[in-house]
Design a protein around this ligand. Structure first.
Ligand SMILES: [Zn+2]
Ligand SMILES: [Zn+2]
Length: 232
């Protein structure tokens, strides 16, 4: 049975709460967040880093450009957040936000265990443990692995909104966004010449109507258009 995406009027993929386009966005963001965090580190935290020093104008003032650097240090730093209040007011460190969401996801993830009598039981995972450590990269790898399950949760739309917010905050700080490439064929749904590929994302999306295509579906569609044009 198909249900509507909890973020837009399109159909959600089978068993999932959001549509393939919004799922693809999540996949892209989980790959982008570690890269954005590395950029932040390089630009603002590394000694003699570029933009932060540029803003100082090389005048060698004794005080650091506090507003930007403190914000960045907080974002990149360790810390703890109350998992019951996932409201991201812009002060929660990235790893903490990702860890709190992992806790929520793990709680709903059915883990098969055996009790001391050898009886198999299904119960929630007690804790999320990223295999590559509780770093931003480690947590993003964990979230990518659990994504198919996360998409089935009632909180999938909130999860999308939280990562959307985080990615856009990071992009504003690093002034870096993934490259967008326009595609030649018109949208098979609304016929606008608005199909785009975003670096790091698998599918192709219509910027006008939100229609989403897998790459091989796009190739077949483009080949068909070409044939139609060639046939006059
Ligand atoms: Zn959607
Ligand atoms: Zn379209």
């Amino acid at each position: 049975m198909t249900t509507a995406c909890t973020l837009c009027p399109r159909d959600a993929a089978d068993g999932s709460r959001i549509c393939p386009r919004h799922a693809d966005e999540l996949r892209g963001w989980l790959a982008e967040i570690p890269a954005q965090a590395r950029l932040l580190e390089e630009e603002f935290v590394a000694p003699g880093g570029g933009p932060a020093q540029g803003r100082l104008g090389g005048t060698g003032r004794a005080h650091a450009p506090a507003p930007v650097d403190l914000r960045v240090l907080t974002l990149l730093g360790p810390g703890h957040a109350d998992p019951t209040s996932l409201d991201d007011d812009g002060t929660i460190p990235i790893a903490v936000l990702l860890g709190a969401w992992a806790g929520h996801i793990a709680y709903h993830y059915p883990a098969a265990t055996r009790d001391r009598h050898g009886t198999a039981r299904i119960q929630p995972c007690a804790q999320a443990r990223p295999r590559h450590g509780e770093s931003i990269t480690g947590w993003c790898a964990w979230h990518r692995a659990y994504l198919p399950f996360t998409l089935t949760l009632a909180a999938a739309a909130d999860y999308h909104r939280a990562l959307d917010h985080l990615v856009h905050r990071l992009r504003a700080l690093t002034h870096t966004s993934p490259r967008i490439t326009p595609r030649a064929a018109p949208c098979p749904d609304c016929e606008a010449f608005a199909l785009i590929t975003v670096d790091g994302r698998w599918g192709i999306t219509c910027d006008a109507c939100g229609h989403h295509l897998e790459p091989n579906a796009y190739d077949a569609h483009a080949a068909h258009i070409l044939q139609t044009v060639a046939a006059g």
